[in-house]
Design a protein. Structure first.
Length: 129
């Protein structure tokens, strides 16, 4: 619950300047990197050079305490874009099987999932701000 509230507070702060003044919309670049650990300059890495990401981190907002509660990537991304636990949305499984035949398995189950209409995802919140 604490991480959900932190994510909502973070993205609310991003939207606040847009709501406060009549000006051009703010552009948001949200970079999500899986399995990078802290191996980026803005997180203290000295061996691997990431000057452009480091500059964006200096000029913008850098998350240093964000985490999700799932061990696989698709469930983690679902939590990040919804601000909800994976089990609340029913997306706690890895969804690599599709009707295209890639991945095999139970394609009907994986293709049938729809986000509940009551759930607003981060891109929708940005668009509506």
């Amino acid at each position: 619950m604490k991480s959900t509230l932190s994510l909502l507070a973070f993205f609310s702060l991003l939207c606040a300047p847009v709501l406060a003044a009549d000006r051009a919309p703010v552009n948001v670049v949200w970079i999500v990197i899986e399995d990078a650990s802290p191996h980026i300059g803005c997180y203290g890495e000295t061996l691997i050079k990431t000057p452009h990401i480091d500059r964006m981190a200096r000029e913008g907002i850098r998350c240093s305490s964000a985490f999700v509660t799932a061990p696989v990537c698709s469930s983690s991304r679902s939590a990040m874009v919804s601000g909800m636990y994976q089990t609340t949305l029913g997306v706690h499984n890895h969804r690599s099987q599709t009707s295209s035949g890639k991945g095999g398995g139970n394609a009907d189950y994986y293709d049938s999932y729809k986000v509940p209409k009551s759930v607003k995802l981060i891109p929708e919140l940005f668009r509506d701000a």
